[in-house]
Design a protein around this ligand. Structure first.
Ligand code: PPS
Length: 291
């Protein structure tokens, strides 16, 4: 049941990939933030890459009109994986960082309501199914081919990101400490334009109607899938198994119904159901449900 040390390590009750180190993660509490910074925080597989791309499209005209071509990893680095010891001081402002950190491990100054945080959640059954497929694609994640076993790992929080419900409950229950916008994957899926406008408002960014249209058009699943930057297609072969999937896999609400059995669904609800009821989120399990 325990995750392999070859892939994960635990730091202050949270599982990280061995792509980073406890020493580096420990430095992040003192990470120097700028007031204009934006931190995109998620539990894995909740819509991070999608929101990264939306932020790039909103903030950078050159990204929006295709006059420049910057890799997503360069544009919006992952806070907890500073592979090449990059100096972030040279990033164009506002800087944007993506992170899967729980609320209690982020840079301390964020708690002073400095900078902005966008936190995206997704219904946890789709998160789990997306994660299961993703672990075949990412060579840095432990592959667990048996879905039932993967589900038990997920429900026990023995995966990168630890317990889904702790991550989400932690961020929601500490919302008042942060300058934070909460979004759901399902609301983005149902009405992308409204979600884009919500983000613009939070960032204090005014775009023309045509520019908003352009952001929405380029942020659809179909168009992002065709864009090698948005689909992280240039990741090195030692990180991803390109013949086994892609970052943008299916992009739907309710894919869990295609893989989970009735018994697995009942088990999932038994383990997480009560805790989920305490969250201030109305979960959407099917694309036809109201958001
Ligand atoms: S990661 O690895 O944690 O950063 O993954 P993350 O980006 O959070 O989540 C990946 C899932 O988001 C889907 N995705 C999208 N859905 C709809 N529209 C757009 N534009 C989009 N972009 C990414 C992606 O397909 C993964 O979900 P699944 O269900 O696996 O398809």
């Amino acid at each position: 049941m325990e995750p392999s040390k070859e892939y994960l390590f635990e730091y202050k009750g949270y599982y990280f990939s061995v792509e980073t180190t406890p020493e580096y993660v420990a430095t992040l509490e003192d990470f120097e933030i700028k007031d204009s910074d934006i931190f995109l925080a998620t539990y894995p597989k909740s819509g991070t890459v999608w929101t990264q791309n939306i932020l790039s499209l909103i903030i950078h005209e050159g990204h929006r009109n295709g006059t420049e071509n910057m890799e997503t990893m360069e544009r919006i680095p992952w806070l907890e994986y500073n592979r090449e010891n990059k100096d972030y001081a040279s990033l164009p402002l506002p800087r944007v960082f993506a992170t899967h950190l729980p609320y209690y491990l982020v840079p301390r100054d964020l708690r002073k309501k400095r900078a902005r945080v966008i936190y995206v959640t997704r219904n946890p059954k789709d998160v789990m199914v997306s994660y299961y497929h993703f672990s075949k694609y990412m060579t840095t994640l432990e592959q667990i081919p048996d879905f039932n076993l993967f589900m038990e790992r997920f429900l026990a929080g023995k995966v990168l990101g630890s317990l889904w419900v702790d991550h989400v409950a932690g961020w929601y229950s500490h919302a008042e400490d942060f300058n934070i916008l909460f979004l759901t994957y399902e609301e983005m899926k149902k009405d992308l334009r409204s979600a884009v406008l919500k983000i613009c408002k939070f960032l204090g960014k005014k775009l023309s109607d045509e520019d908003v249209d352009s952001v929405v058009r380029q942020a659809t699943f179909e168009n992002m899938r065709k864009d090698p930057r948005a689909n992280y297609e240039n990741l090195p072969d030692d990180i991803v198994a390109k013949d086994k999937g892609s970052f943008l896999r299916k992009g739907t609400v309710g894919d869990w119904k295609n893989i989970m059995t009735v018994a697995q669904n009942e088990r999932f609800d038994k383990v997480l159901g009560d805790k989920m009821k305490t969250l201030p989120i109305r979960f959407v399990w099917d694309i036809n449900d109201e958001v």
